[in-house]
Design a protein around this ligand. Structure first.
Ligand code: C5P
Length: 300
C-alpha cells in the first residue's frame, strides 16, 4: 500500500483586525489577534508521478475552489519540494468543511495543512521557523494556520506571536451566502479611508487582558474589525445579523476577516446553541482556541 498523510487544519477568526494605510507592495499593515476555531478541513497527500488535486465539500459549496496547480495545497507542495531540492509530486485531496471565501482562512489553512503533510510524507523535518517562513510566502494568514491557538499577527498578518489565554471560548460562526473577495474588501477599505486616512493599527490592551483572564464577557466588548464598514457596504444584510445575535444575548458580534462570515461570542456551548437558534439560517457552534495544522494519520 502506498504511503499517505492526513492533516487536520482549523478555520481562523480575528478577534480584532486593525488595518493601516496600504503599503507600497499593495498589502496593508495589520494588528490582529487570530484565534483558531474548532472547524477543520482535512488534507490528504500521497506520492504520485504528477501533482493533482480533488476537493470534496462536506455540506458546503466548493465550486470556486481551484483544482489545478494554483490551489494553495499544490503550491505548498511545490514550495516545500523546491525548498529541499526534491523532485517529489503528490496526489492531494481536500475534505472541506470551512466555507469558501468566508473570511475564515479556509484556503490558507489548506496550504498550511499541505506544508505539514508533505513535510511528514517526505520526512524532511523542516525546522518550525523555516516552515513559518515558507507559510508566509503562500499567504498572510498561512503562518497562523500552521501555529493555531491564539496569536497576535503583525506585518501583513504573517508575523505571528502566541498570546496567553485562559479557558475556552464558544462561538457561533454564521457563514453568509456568496462569499466576499478579500482584495475587493481591502480595495473598498482604501476608498472609504481615502479622505480621513487610516490610522496605524494597534491591539487593545483590554482585549489581551480579557484573554489572559478567560473573561468571555469582557472579551465580547473589545471585539473589533476595521474592515467591517467595507464589508457592510458590500453586504448590508450583515449589520442586521450582528444585531440579531446581540439581541439574542451574545457577548459580542463581528464580521470576521474580510467577511462575509459573522461570529458571535458566547458563554458556553449551551449559550451558543441558544444564540444560534435566533437566526433564520443557523450557523455552526465551535469551541476555541484549537490546535494548528497537525498530522492525524500517517500510513507508511
Ligand atoms: O496574503 P493573501 O494572499 O492571503 O492576501 C490576499 C489579498 O488580500 C492580497 O492580494 C491583498 O489584496 C489583500 N491583503 C491586504 N493586506 C493584508 C493581507 C491581505 O491588502 N495584510
Amino acid at each position: 500500500m502506498s504511503s499517505q498523510v492526513t492533516v487536520s487544519a482549523p478555520a481562523k477568526i480575528n478577534l480584532c483586525l486593525g488595518v493601516g494605510p496600504v503599503r507600497p507592495d499593495g498589502f496593508h499593515p495589520l494588528a490582529t489577534v487570530y484565534q483558531a476555531v474548532g472547524l477543520f478541513d482535512d488534507v490528504r497527500v500521497r506520492p504520485a508521478a504528477a501533482d493533482s488535486i480533488t476537493v470534496y465539500g462536506d455540506g458546503i459549496d466548493v465550486s470556486e475552489v481551484p483544482t489545478d496547480e494554483t490551489n494553495l495545497v499544490l503550491r505548498a507542495a511545490r514550495l516545500l519540494a523546491d525548498h529541499h531540492g526534491l523532485d517529489e509530486h503528490v496526489e492531494a485531496h481536500i475534505h472541506k468543511r470551512i466555507p469558501v471565501a468566508g473570511g475564515l482562512a479556509g484556503g490558507s489553512t489548506d496550504g498550511a495543512a499541505a506544508l505539514v503533510a508533505c513535510d511528514a510524507l517526505w520526512g524532511t523535518r523542516t525546522p518550525r521557523e523555516e516552515l513559518l517562513a515558507l507559510a508566509a510566502e503562500l499567504g498572510s494568514d498561512v503562518p497562523f494556520c500552521v501555529m493555531g491557538g491564539t496569536a497576535i499577527g503583525s506585518g501583513r498578518g504573517e508575523l505571528v506571536t502566541p498570546v496567553m489565554t485562559r479557558g475556552s471560548y464558544w462561538w457561533v460562526i454564521l457563514p453568509a451566502e456568496g462569499g466576499l473577495s478579500t482584495p475587493a474588501v481591502y480595495g473598498l477599505f482604501d476608498r472609504l479611508t481615502e479622505e480621513s486616512g487610516a490610522d496605524d493599527p494597534e491591539i487593545s490592551a483590554l482585549l489581551l487582558s480579557a484573554l489572559r483572564a478567560g473573561d468571555s464577557e469582557g472579551l465580547g466588548d473589545t471585539l473589533s474589525n476595521d474592515l467591517q464598514p467595507a464589508a457592510f457596504t458590500l453586504r448590508p444584510d450583515l449589520a442586521e445579523l450582528l444585531e440579531i445575535g446581540l439581541d439574542a444575548g451574545a457577548f459580542g458580534a463581528i464580521v470576521t476577516g474580510s467577511g462575509p462570515t459573522t461570529v458571535y461570542l458566547c458563554e458556553s456551548r449551551a449559550h451558543a446553541l441558544d444564540v444560534n437558534r435566533a437566526f433564520d439560517h443557523p450557523g455552526l457552534v465551535a469551541e476555541a482556541p484549537v490546535h494548528g495544522a497537525r498530522v492525524i494519520e500517517h500510513k507508511r
